[in-house]
Design a protein around this ligand. Structure first.
Ligand SMILES: NC(=O)c1ccc[n+]([C@@H]2O[C@H](COP(=O)([O-])OP(=O)(O)OC[C@H]3O[C@@H](n4cnc5c(N)ncnc54)[C@H](OP(=O)(O)O)[C@@H]3O)[C@@H](O)[C@H]2O)c1
Length: 282
């Protein structure tokens, strides 16, 4: 029988009374039975952190996977993101209520603004999220895809601590500026597409480094991220093999030479850049 829950004690980022495990399961473009099974498999293996969004249209399956696992709700950190295009106070309430209804849970550990939008004053959106927190529907609020300018504005207008900024982060993108601002304000950096959408797993340079430690290139990429203070990664995995591999990271560390070698990769390769993206930091 496979050993269960071996990674349930994976390290966490702790802030404002919440503990976010450093590895979470990403679920973008995961749907139906595959999504439900991936969530269950991940929790069986020991994940205690799952990332979804209204936009992914899979919250029902995420909720089913959580239930299938049999692990109590309060032991899994669940993040969702607000419906895009509806960031007014009523839209924020409706989006959160829909997430809770679809996942059949009472609260979210973390709710994010998915992308910055200029149509509604940021203070109104963050104010509505603070109200959700007061109502007990969310434990923490945060943002995603926020640049330095947006983050600075958010900090200035939000009465509540901003828990994280979820941004694209992997060995092929430089995110020095937003990370610096996050650290100045005690905001966690949650790295999305941490495997560069699978590309890191095929990188010969990461494979060569991994050989030294008996680890795969994907594990090297993820370790490189989460070994940094305040950085969390949310790799998406569908197969048990991938899901298992992506959390088996806390029994090795990279040496200074390898860290520097990865830091010297071409770091100018943004993969997620839709029409509605803000003007990115250079
Ligand atoms: N806030 C935002 O705007 C935003 C944007 C993008 C993503 N995200 C979040 O971040 C999560 C992760 O990003 P992502 O899904 O774009 O990409 P990713 O996690 O960087 O890469 C996922 C791809 O890598 C493959 N993979 C996973 N583990 C592997 C392994 N150990 N070896 C080889 N291949 C492996 C997966 O294949 P299989 O699926 O076949 O296992 C999938 O094709 C998303 O799922 C979502 O939750 C947020």
């Amino acid at each position: 029988m496979k050993k269960q829950l071996e990674t349930a004690d994976a390290p966490c980022f702790e802030r404002n009374g919440s503990k976010m495990p450093l590895i979470g399961l990403g679920t973008f473009q995961s749907s139906g039975a595959v999504c439900r099974q991936a969530v269950k498999t991940a929790i069986d293996i020991g994940y205690r952190h799952v990332d979804t969004a209204r936009m992914y249209e899979n919250e029902r399956e995420v909720g089913e996977g959580l239930k299938d696992s049999g692990v109590p709700r309060d032991q899994v950190f669940v993040t969702s993101k607000l419906q895009m295009g509806k960031l007014d106070p009523v839209g924020v309430q409706n989006s959160c209520d829909s997430s809770l209804r679809d996942m059949d849970i009472d609260y979210l550990d973390l709710l994010l603004i998915h992308w910055p939008e200029s149509t509604v004053p940021l203070a109104d959106t963050l104010g509505a999220m603070t109200e959700l927190k007061r109502q007990g529907k969310i434990r923490q609020l945060g943002v995603s895809n926020f640049t330095v300018e947006w983050l600075t504005r958010a900090v200035a207008v939000c009465d509540d601590p901003i828990f994280c900024n979820q941004i694209e982060y992997h060995p092929y993108i430089e995110q020095e500026s937003p990370i610096k601002v996050c650290r100045e304000h005690g905001i966690a950096v949650v790295g999305y597409s941490p495997l560069a959408r699978g590309r890191a797993a095929k990188d010969d340079r990461l494979a060569a480094i991994g050989k030294k430690y008996g680890k795969s290139p994907a594990q090297v990429a993820l370790r490189w991220l989460v070994r940094q203070t305040d950085v969390i990664a949310i790799p998406k995995g569908s197969s048990e093999e991938h899901i298992r591999e992506n959390i088996d990271l806390f029994n090795f560390d990279l040496d200074e030479v390898d860290i520097a070698a990865i830091g010297a990769f071409d770091r100018n390769q943004r993969l997620i850049d839709p029409d509605w993206a803000p003007e990115w930091d250079t």
